[in-house]
Design a protein around this ligand. Sequence first.
Ligand code: HEM
Length: 558
Amino acid sequence: MAFSLFSSSFVHPHLRHIVANMSLLDTIIFYIIHLVDKFGAWHRLPVLLGLAYLGMRRHLHQRYNLLHVGGSKGERYDPVEFSYRTADGKCNHPLNDLVGSQGSFFGRNMPPATSCYGLLEPHPSIIATKLLERRKFIDCGKQFNMIACSWIQFMIHDWIDHMEDTQQVEIRAPDEVAEGCPLKSFKFYKNKKVHTGSAKQEIGFLNSRTPWWDGSVIYGNNNDGMIKVRTFKEGKLKISGDGLLEHDEKGIPISGDIRNCWAGFTLLQALFVKEHNIVCDMLKEHYPDFDDEKLYRHARLVTSAVIAKIHTIDWTVELLKTDTLLAGMRINWYGFFGKKIKDLIGHKFGPVCSGLVGLQRPRDHGILYSLTEEFVSVYRMHSLLPDKVILVDIRSATSENKCPLLQEEVPMWEMIGKQGERRLAKIGMEQMLVSMGHQSCGAVTLWNYPSWMRNLVAHDVDGEDRPDLVDMAALELYRDRERNVARYNEFRRNLLMIPISTWEDLTDDVEVIEALREIYGDDVEELDLQVGLHAEKKIKGFAIGETAFFIFLLIASR
Ligand code: HEM
């Protein structure tokens, strides 16, 4: 081994200044995880040791990777009066009424980027064309299907969306790639930059969705949104006779969040509206004196909890398919001793024994809850989306184990927005859901970004089509830079990970290395976060890279 645990060369030079500011205990913890990282070994350890590593890493992230953005406005209120999910997310944190409400600031997991590369360096259209755009669809095999892909969009639309400015920007593709860009230039709105009133993080961005896991994707993010979706009878939400969402006179679906929707996503909205309505029926049976408001509030709490649970112990364990993560996610939900003991003892003896759900007090590690810029960046997973939806004939399977026969292939762009809603109405919930269950989604890797998203009709907040088409592959790179999210290597250092020194540290794929060198030369510091996340070698069983995973490790528990 070329390094000694006690020599100054043990800690990677770029990480030394971070360690210099740690307490003694944290320094020891850091040394342990750093040693394991040097061997790239945590995911190969037996489950208990792997969990210990993740527990220590999470502890460090809770100490050093939570940054509050925004002032400290917000007041105390009587939490007993608000023992339900409010329409705009206010009054859900027992000590501060504004935490997690619509229009609150995105927090950060690390300081804004310190590198001084420009917004167009290297040009986003060049990267989109030469590194991101799909050449041939690469799927996720049996690991992740189209329900899982739609599910994560369903969650994104529960949690995060950056508010926009009224000022537009235009990106023009340079001559060298213009030919290969479906849009030679495209216009979009800047993100709204707001002065925070705090000296630490002077500028911040606002979240137009409520970051709580409050089901706002079906219930709305404010009072107007909530009024639109409720029937005001027996606590229920509006749903059409065919089991899908209702639509307004323009054909736009009626639901909590309708921006940039497609058929797979609105199908999940409809499914959880039905879930909510069934919970209302069940509650009414047991509590006949509950009025509409009480039924709505209780059913919303139950349905939001079901959504959080599915994400935690069904979706995430498929995304990160290893025994350690299966155990970790179940411990997050039920505690170390599992469901039976949790059912028996309830929420007692702290999070290790009985999980993170149902704690008496929020555990926010001194930083008020919000979702973060970095969390948004690592969830940029549009390469999960395929080029077409494969419909199967649901009457053709003779037994549960047999695959039904292919019936039709529908291009993705036909399944988007109002057109997608009309298509879905013809297909119906059952066939669409079964088909999505049989279809594998895309892999999060380079050269797999859907080409049809490079000239996309994006939506306004009210679900209306925008006149200016966008090149999403290029736009996403620009967005991370616009928000000053650290580039890949700085991102890793801030997460206490070992930075890359050469392209070979990032990937073994010779073709990728060549393509990276063509764009970034040998400057690994310039590598864009998105490109790094998509190029990174993956841990066996993980559908995403380790760098993205460490953000989830911290935020999922919050
Ligand atoms: C047909 C399906 C989808 C469409 C049409 C779509 C479209 C869009 C559009 C237009 C934006 C805003 C771009 C901007 O102005 O910055 C966006 C943002 C985003 N999308 Fe999608 N998307 C889809 C599915 C997904 C999926 C499956 C994911 C998976 C995680 C996802 C994750 C995100 C994230 C993280 C953002 C950034 C949100 C923010 O800036 O606050 N989307 N999407």
